[in-house]
Design a protein around this ligand. Sequence first.
Ligand SMILES: [Zn+2]
Length: 176
Amino acid sequence: MIAATQSNHPLAGVRSAPTPASLIEAGCARLRETGFRITKPRIALLEALAQLERPVPIEQLHQQLTKHPCDLVTVYRCLSAFERVGIVRRSFLHNGTSLYELSLGNTAKHYHIVCRRCGGTERVDYFPVEGIERMLRERGYTELSHLVEFFGTCPRCASPARTAAPTIEVPATPSA
Ligand SMILES: [Zn+2]
């Protein structure tokens, strides 16, 4: 007998995401609006960010640029421009490494929980600090930003049966 279908499937909570093409389009639009030229390295970087769909370190983005390779300094400058105009959001690992991800098509602020063991990251869509920003604005502070990251051990790493990713059991029946 097969046990009841598992309801805690890891993909159960996945939101419908924008397509990579629409993200690249949105990134180019943002560059145009803010007076930046649309160059080959910038498009290549947008493509890489859209495909990776998660916060990644600069070295990984650099390696991803196989079609239009460019040097690390160019990648760094592009990312810095992207960050200024709100195309990417930067977050940090507990060792201080910067991670970059697209922040297009999603205006809501979010944080990350980073697993200390496997380095996996997940979004945390809860932003209780907005009230603090408002209060600081009322005190006269401008150009506010803040940094909140969470670190922990993910359920997969904490599980004693951490031998493999969850799989659906298929009964060993001969094909009829
Ligand atoms: Zn983990």
